[in-house]
Design a protein around this ligand. Structure first.
Ligand SMILES: Nc1ncnc2c1ncn2[C@@H]1O[C@H](COP(=O)(O)OP(=O)(O)OP(=O)(O)O)[C@@H](O)[C@H]1O
Ligand code: SF4
Ligand SMILES: [Mg+2]
Length: 324
């Protein structure tokens, strides 16, 4: 099994208000990226609030239909899975942001693990399921005895998020998608969970998409970084290259505010809210606040420029401000 992923012109629009007086917002705007790898990887998706990270994640989890474009996991388009949710969830698994709402307070936490094992046909009966569960819990540093018979209130956020990770491992998926998985847990535990992704990557041959506001955790674990700005993929590439030499003026801004471990960047400080009319213009969406902006940035949208085989950027600066 490979570890290939491709977004091809992936787009999602939302209508706001009525059909006549409403407006449209392009939450994900023709995003294209491709990872071809025979080894598992971790890609972090970074970007301020409202940049389209969750919309992209929901399309990848098939919770939301794209308005345009396509996603390929291991070269198979997601639309090919349409009749078989089970087959899809054996391949792609989610970890959600809030561990306290991922599990109901009225059910034991282990019941979710058994349910996943049986529903996804990883185990035929309870005894087989228990073997699988003992193993996945062990992989995230927990003993089954610590989990057995307990409810959410008996765990910390960090423990519950480890259990969420264990649950996601049950079908041995090719890809785990974690949308802000550490945002709700204690800062001192965050690196712990994110480092877990790194060790599981090799042990389970599973790739991760890690969606985060916390660039400092992304820095330590990522193989790839994708920066989103107002629905556009503005920079994508090898994490070391992007983080050590950010090419896009927006990534530069994000990194200026990076920091020490655990510090979140302050959206309000990085970018003030944008005027909605700027969306409508045939312009680079960053033009209003980019120190490198030139006339062409105001009149025509930039195209992607390849800086190296593993580093792409959506900016005129890198082709001498020539339209493509
Ligand atoms: N169901 C929806 N209906 C209308 N607009 C939506 C819907 N879901 C998302 N949006 C809009 O799409 C844009 C992208 O939202 P999204 O939740 O994907 O951003 P995000 O990057 O995940 O933000 P955050 O960091 O706050 O989680 C926002 O402008 C948001 O208001
Ligand atoms: S295209 Fe122009 S405005 Fe947009 S980020 Fe590049 S230099 Fe700035
Ligand atoms: Mg989100």
């Amino acid at each position: 099994m490979g570890n290939n992923l491709e977004f091809k012109e992936l787009t999602r629009e939302f209508r706001m208000g009525s059909m006549i007086f409403g407006s449209r917002i392009t939450a994900v705007d023709h995003v294209s990226l491709k990872i071809e790898s025979d080894k598992p990887w971790i890609m972090s998706i970074v970007g301020e609030s409202g940049s389209g990270k969750t919309t992209l994640a929901r399309m990848l989890l098939r919770l939301l239909e794209p308005s345009g474009g396509e996603i390929f996991v291991d070269d198979t388009p997601l639309s090919a899975y349409s009749k078989n949710k089970k087959q899809f969830y054996r391949k792609v698994q989610p970890i959600f942001q809030n561990p306290f709402t991922s599990f109901s307070t009225r059910r034991t936490v282990e019941s979710y693990l058994f349910e996943t094992a049986v529903n996804l046909e990883v185990a035929k009966n309870r005894a087989e399921a228990e073997d699988v569960i003992v193993n996945v819990l062990h992989s995230v540093g927990l003993d089954y005895e610590q989990v057995k018979g307990k409810y959410t209130a008996q765990f910390s956020g960090g423990e519950l998020q480890r259990i969420s990770v264990a649950r996601a491992l049950i079908p041995k998926p090719a890809l785990i998608l974690a949308d802000e998985p550490v945002a709700m847990i204690d800062a001192s535990m965050r690196m712990n969970i994110v480092n877990l992704f790194k060790s599981l990557k090799a042990d389970y041959n599973v790739s991760f998409i890690y969606i985060t506001h916390d660039l400092s955790t992304a820095y330590y674990v990522s193989n790839y970084i994708a920066a989103l700005y107002r629905g556009n993929l503005v920079e994508f590439g090898n994490a070391q290259e992007v983080l050590n030499n950010p090419a896009h003026p927006y990534t530069e801004l994000l990194l200026e505010s990076i920091p020490r471990v655990g510090k979140l960047w302050d959206d309000a400080k990085v970018l003030p809210d944008i005027e909605s009319r700027e969306y409508q213009l045939g312009a680079c969406k960053l033009v209003g606040r980019c120190p490198y902006a030139k006339e062409i940035c105001r009149s025509k949208k930039p195209g992607m420029v390849d800086l190296s085989p593993e580093h792409r950027v959506l900016c005129y600066k890198y082709n001498n401000y020539n339209a493509t």
